[in-house]
Design a protein around this ligand. Structure first.
Ligand SMILES: [Ca+2]
Length: 105
């Protein structure tokens, strides 16, 4: 019974940590499309919307301007990191799976 409970908890933790979404990552300035990385797609979003409203408005000013271009330039290549709660869940999941694997042997 205990083994079943531990296995069920490990499976639950694994499933919840494997469904990490974009919302689990801290936002990064310049990431116009919300994919967690500032790259050429974000630069294109700023270029395509420059002077108007649109996806390239990184600072929420209402207009895509030189400040947005600078936000993309200054963070180009940066990736967002998972929120601490997501990291904790992943660590708990890995620990639970390791515990179960050791108990089964
Ligand atoms: Ca991006």
């Amino acid at each position: 019974m205990t083994r079943f409970f531990v296995l069920a908890m490990a499976a639950l933790l694994f499933l919840s940590s494997s469904s990490v979404s974009r919302a689990d990552f801290a936002p990064i300035l310049g990431d116009t499309n919300g994919d967690g990385v500032v790259d050429i797609d974000d630069l294109n979003n700023v270029r395509n919307s420059f002077g108007s409203t649109g996806l390239g408005d990184t600072d929420g000013s209402g207009t895509v301007d030189i400040d947005d271009l600078n936000n993309v330039r200054n963070n180009f290549g940066n990736r967002s990191v998972p929120e601490p709660s997501t990291m904790l869940l992943a660590l708990l999941s890995a620990g639970a799976i390791g515990f179960v694997r050791r108990r089964i042997r």
